[in-house]
Design a protein around this ligand. Structure first.
Ligand code: SF4
Length: 263
């Protein structure tokens, strides 16, 4: 099967820096047709992507991983987006309930090793189970979120999902985000207004204090504020290979060969 590496994407990534998020979402829709989905945790940036998809009239489904221990506000946000923006939201779930997992393994999220295991079972595996269904995944990572996201390219290979990740908001600043949300009255998770800068499971997420890094509220009980769940390529410590395998036609479309759709 033809391979695509991160290095192959260097020129495209350079050119795409000048494109708007809406142009990049359109590009993903045209390039991958039925084989593209968006991934959202029902946080601010994911909701902005959802709003853009809706405004553009695109039929891109949104993937949401419900770990079984999400805040009710997050589930309500998902339902509002589906209803008000007329979106197809596909909820993915872990194989076991949190109760079943705890009976088998104990309370995992209280130690760094356990957190990795728990996030893998509850967040990564549900997504891995649908690997192969989509060749393009629109994500909402932003460089201004800092940490491992600070240098995230617009296009990234995702070896776990064997898909191309498209980050239309990679260079969207905090100011642009606020302006877009206010101008368009984007539906947002009410937890943001309660001090939650980023939002994950209710077991492992707290609000942040003024002056704290945005991710300080994630796994606060485990110490350093640099932990990630492993659901994004930027979260991985040690990728074992550095390519994805797509059809030649998909690669040609990505690279702008044999089609004239260049934004
Ligand atoms: S965020 Fe916490 S509860 Fe949620 S999957 Fe990860 S370790 Fe488990």
């Amino acid at each position: 099967m033809p391979r695509l590496t991160q290095a192959d994407l260097a020129n495209l990534n350079h050119n795409f820096e000048e494109r708007t998020p809406q142009e990049l979402i359109q590009w993903a829709a045209v390039t991958f047709d039925q084989r593209v989905a968006a991934l959202s945790a029902m946080q601010q940036s994911g909701n902005v992507i959802a709003h853009m998809i809706s405004q553009l009239g695109l039929k891109i489904p949104i993937l949401f991983v419900d770990t079984g221990v999400m805040f009710q506000e997050t589930l309500d946000t998902r339902d509002r987006l589906a209803r008000d923006y007329n979106l197809e939201i596909r909820t993915l779930q872990p194989a076991k309930t949190m109760e079943e997992q705890t009976a088998e393994h104990g309370v995992l999220y209280l130690s760094p090793d356990g957190q990795e295991k728990c996030c893998h079972m509850r967040k990564v595996e549900p997504l891995q189970r649908i690997a192969g269904q989509y060749s393009g995944i629109v994500s909402s990572l932003r460089r201004s979120d800092g940490g491992r996201r600070a240098h995230n390219p617009i296009l990234t290979i995702d070896v776990e999902m064997n898909a191309l990740r498209i980050n239309p908001l990679a260079n969207f600043s905090d100011e642009q985000m606020t302006e877009y949300i206010e101008t368009n009255r984007v539906i947002t998770n009410p937890l943001h207004a309660q001090g939650y800068a980023t939002i994950g499971c209710n077991r492992c997420t707290t609000p942040v204090m003024p002056g704290e890094p945005k991710r300080a509220g994630r796994w606060r009980h485990l110490g350093p504020w640099s932990m990630y769940c492993g659901i994004n390529p930027t979260d991985m410590n040690d990728p074992t290979h550095n390519y994805i395998e797509l059809t030649q036609e998909e690669i040609d479309r990505i690279m702008g060969i044999e089609n004239d759709f260049m934004i």
